[in-house]
Write a protein that binds this ligand. Structure first.
Ligand code: PEP
Ligand code: MG
Length: 581
């Protein structure tokens, strides 16, 4: 077959394995194309009315969500929520935009756009950081009014035809969550690293993906034929017939391999000398439970609950939380489910519209996870009460993300104690012995893991963040992706220290970062005596195969060897020797 388009092979960062073939759908970011349009003098009044109507629509939308927000956050946060509403009354928005429509005879969209430009520039000149940051809020309000004026809505994944391949600059984790529902085959984006949350969600949904491609949006056109090779981090644009057929064959081989591995499903994750570990799964949504149950995993080692907050404008109520946790607890019986309290922030921004939930200059070092929970105790306690209530329906454990040290753990436990008392005062039953775990993902927590372990029931190592913070390598930034190195001696030493600290305090230690699902590291982690490996369902059979093919004695030797060398070539050679894939 003749191929008139040019084949182009792009190399990116592999995010989610597997192969997908389909037609390109370009998912562009919201981009208002605002041009000045002269209006007749007689039409000025109508144009002003149109602007006022848009403001009043945005007000109604915000007021409707406000009530729900306050119910969860508590009344004391009313001023915060009111700030957005107040901005709509702001004279700059009202007076200046209207004046420009009248004086210059221009359309409302252009008048709003140019007024916002002026305001944004003024904000940038302010010395005070707090006020400078408010420009984001003004821009957000501006976007909402503009959407109303133009009738333009944020593009939705549902607009892509089934079996498409999404091509975009970036995808929010919330958009990624909808890909499966809309039968999208795969995606490729300009930005992102291997452990960015879009990549993690894609793995959970088992959608092949390549990230960090830098400029794929400039190379691909709507309707181009695309192959996503998620195993090698390649994207092939308009492949020739031979390449297409090769990939179709590879798809079939993969399906056969998976079937082969399925035979291990009901066998234990046990070494040849009888050392048993636990293999569990990471999930973001209930849709993944079927894959978890099919994978042969013995429980859920990480339920990332922040995804419950991302696709909505007000936080979930205690009842909504309760229903979801009850469903997971019941479906997973007799296995346990570790529910992590919300880890909003970083690359998982919720649109809840209150301070700390909006964008920051340095979000991974900002208001994230437990920091937000401690700032908004009512929001946190609603989630804790729901987990506690659901704990009587199954085997639940609770996990706190981004704990930096013992003090923060104590604060979180104090709020948990208050939540228990609130339930007891209403005679509501819960598992009084529910286990509390701490994510070890900040170097300060890793170095004080001995103290933390004494005050909780288990540790769970979050290597995605631990590596990012220890090596100062942004997990989202494709330019430094090659420096994101799990085998750096500092990381190996920290892992050993954390695992030993947990064991010395008599506690078990798991790992829920991506390192736990990478076959390269399985034997080393086994040798360090990690107790639980938690990963996307698709990875479970392969990791089980490695564990069942090695002995603990061999694994310990390998761990000792890699910890005692600082020479990269020797290190890689040693690992190659020890890896059984
Ligand atoms: C981690 O940091 O390793 C982790 C599991 O948490 P998340 O990826 O959600 O930040
Ligand atoms: Mg983390």
């Amino acid at each position: 077959m003749e191929n008139s388009e040019q084949t182009n092979v792009l190399k990116g960062v592999l995010a989610s394995g597997g192969i997908a073939i389909g037609k390109a759908f370009l998912f562009e970011e919201e981009d208002f194309c605002i041009v000045p349009r002269k209006i007749q003098k007689a039409a000025v009044k109508k144009e002003i009315e149109r602007f006022k109507d848009a403001i009043s629509h945005v007000k109604t939308d915000l007021s409707n969500t406000k009530e729900q927000i306050l119910k969860t956050l508590g009344k004391k946060h009313e001023p915060l929520v009111d700030a957005y509403l107040l901005m709509l009354e702001d004279p700059i928005l009202n007076r200046d935009v209207i004046r420009k429509i009248q004086d210059d005879n221009v359309n409302a969209e252009y008048s709003l756009w140019s007024t916002l430009e002026k305001v944004t520039q003024s904000f940038e000149k302010i010395d005070d950081e707090y006020f400078r940051e408010r420009k984001n809020d003004v821009q957000e309000i501006g976007r909402r009014i503009m959407r109303n004026l133009t009738g333009q809505h944020r593009k939705h994944i549902s607009e892509a035809p089934p079996d498409s391949i999404i091509i975009a600059h970036s995808l929010a984790p919330a958009d990624t969550m909808m890909l499966k529902e809309h039968k999208i085959s795969g995606f490729a984006i300009n930005v992102g690293g291997r452990t960015s949350h879009v990549a993690i969600v894609a793995q959970g949904l088992e959608i092949p993906a390549v990230v960090g491609l830098k400029n794929i949006t400039a190379v691909v056109n709507y309707g181009d034929t695309i192959i996503i090779d998620g195993n090698q981090g390649l994207v092939i644009v308009n492949p020739d017939q031979q390449t297409l057929e090769n990939y179709q064959r590879e798809c079939e081989i993969q399906i056969r391999e998976r079937k082969e591995l399925e035979k291990l499903r009901d066998l234990p994750a046990e070494t040849t000398d009888g050392h048993r570990v636990s293999l569990a799964c990471n999930i973001e949504t209930l849709d993944e439970l079927k894959s978890v149950l099919n994978s042969g995993a013995e429980g859920i080692g990480l339920f990332r609950t922040e995804f419950l907050y991302l696709t909505r404008k007000s936080p979930p109520t205690e009842e909504e939380h309760y229903e979801i946790y009850t469903a997971v607890a019941q479906k997973m019986l007799p296995y346990s489910v570790i529910i992590r309290t919300m880890d909003i922030g970083g690359d998982k921004l919720a649109e809840l519209g209150f301070e700390g939930f909006t964008s920051e200059d340095n979000p991974f070092l900002g208001m994230r996870a437990i920091r937000l929970s401690l700032k908004y105790p009512e929001l946190f306690k609603a989630q804790i009460r729901a987990i506690l209530r659901a704990s009587k329906n199954g085997n639940l454990k609770i996990l706190f993300p981004m704990i930096s040290g013992v003090d923060e753990l104590r604060q979180a436990k104090r709020l948990m104690q208050e939540s228990k008392q609130e339930l007891m005062s209403k005679n509501i039953a819960f598992d009084e012995k529910i286990e509390i775990g701490v994510m070890i993902e900040i170097p300060s927590a890793a170095l004080t893991a001995d103290l933390i372990a004494k005050e909780c029931d288990f540790l769970s190592i979050g290597t995605n963040d631990l590596i990012q913070y220890t090596l100062a390598v942004d997990r989202m930034n494709e330019s430094v992706a090659h420096m994101y190195e799990p085998l750096h001696l500092s990381i190996l030493r920290l892992l050993k220290h954390i695992i030993d600290a947990g064991h010395n305090a008599g506690k078990w230690v798991g790992m829920c970062g991506e390192m736990a699902s990478d076959p390269t590291f399985t034997t080393i982690l086994l040798g360090m005596e990690l107790n639980e490996f938690s990963m996307p369902p698709l990875s479970v059979p392969r990791i089980k195969k490695i564990i069942r093919s090695t002995s603990l004695i061999e694994a310990k030797d390998l761990a000792r060897e890699v910890l005692s060398t600082n020479d990269r070539a020797i290190l890689l050679g040693t690992i190659k020797k020890g890896v059984i894939v």
